[in-house]
Design a protein. Structure first.
Length: 322
């Protein structure tokens, strides 16, 4: 007896069961959804890759920048600030930086020049070029003293009365006359140099007769108290100013101004300045120059001390003791 075929789709039909397990064909919406998912995944991957690349680049640049800062600080001798350079980078930079050269040796300062020796020559011995003669300090054995090395002045120096000087003083005077002529063009004249005791007796008597004792004592030294007897003093005039030994105008003449400023270069000092009458005891004599040697004359010029009494700490001598 034949049976009726089973209903379509029955599980007992192998063909039907096979057909029920096959994947149905995707719809257009399914395809669009899958495409969007793929795009999102790809975009996410790109973002991740870019982020990783950028982050790595920033880290690398930061390391390079820190190393550059450490190297610059080491080269400049500065210590990087805390937080700017890691300790390891700082240690690396310090280890790799070349050692600083040792400081150059400082040359020792030159020794100070020795202090001026005020005792190099006597101020009492009439043979010394530093002898100080004033109204309180007469020449030792003045009535008989004669300098040991008197010489005539060179023939090319105007010396109308034929006065002499000690040899060193004469040489220096000759050089000073030549310098004056070369530098300002005037001609100096040796007006009065060495005078012995007897000549000084007559000179003082002349002023005493004309001016009295008080007047003579302001103008001329008493015998035995005159610098001229030492052979180290010279009264200087010139051929152009028209001045003489009776007026003070020589001090304002070109020759007098030059001598006051330059005599020290040749070992001479202006012995009786106008502002030191109370010290020297004599009125201003801008023509009276005294040889003391270049060393002492230069020291007095440098220190601004204008009289021998003040320089050597001797008493002022405005008048005679008796």
């Amino acid at each position: 007896m034949s049976q009726a075929p089973p209903p379509s789709g029955s599980s007992s039909d192998p063909a039907a069961r096979s057909a029920s397990r096959e994947t149905p064909n995707p719809t257009p919406d399914d395809r669009r959804r899958r495409f969007r998912r793929r795009r999102l995944v790809a975009a996410a991957l790109i973002v991740v890759v870019v982020a990783v690349f950028v982050g790595g680049t920033v880290v690398a640049l930061n390391v390079v920048a820190q190393q550059f800062q450490s190297g610059a600080a080491a080269a400049a001798g500065a210590t990087p600030s805390a937080g700017a350079t890691p300790a390891s980078a700082s240690a690396s930079a310090s280890a790799s930086a070349p050692a600083s050269p040792p400081p150059a040796a400082v040359a020792p300062a030159p020794p100070a020049p020795p202090a001026f020796n005020r005792g190099a020559f006597s101020v009492d011995d009439p043979n010394s070029i530093w002898v100080v003669v004033d109204k309180l300090r007469p020449i030792t054995d003045g009535a008989t003293f004669v300098p040991p090395d008197l010489v005539d002045l060179p023939s090319d120096m105007p010396d109308p009365l034929g006065y002499m000087l000690r040899a060193d003083a004469a040489d220096a005077l000759h050089a000073m006359f030549a310098a004056d002529k070369a530098e300002i063009g005037t001609q100096l004249v040796a007006q009065s140099g060495y005078r012995d005791y007897e000549v000084q007796v007559r000179a003082y008597q002349h002023y005493k007769d004309a001016l009295g004792v008080a007047g003579a004592d302001q103008t001329s030294a008493r015998p035995g108290f005159s610098e001229h007897q030492t052979g180290l003093a010279m009264d200087i005039m010139d051929t152009s100013s028209g001045c003489d030994l009776e007026t003070p105008c020589f001090g304002s003449s070109p020759s007098g101004i030059w001598l006051a400023a330059n005599a020290y270069r040749f070992g001479y000092i202006l012995r009786y300045p106008a502002d030191r009458v109370a010290v020297t005891g004599y009125e201003s004599e801008p023509w009276h120059f005294r040889f003391v040697g270049v060393d002492l004359a230069t020291e007095m010029h440098t220190t601004g001390v204008s009289t021998l009494e003040e320089f050597f700490g001797l008493p002022a001598a405005p008048g005679y003791a008796g």
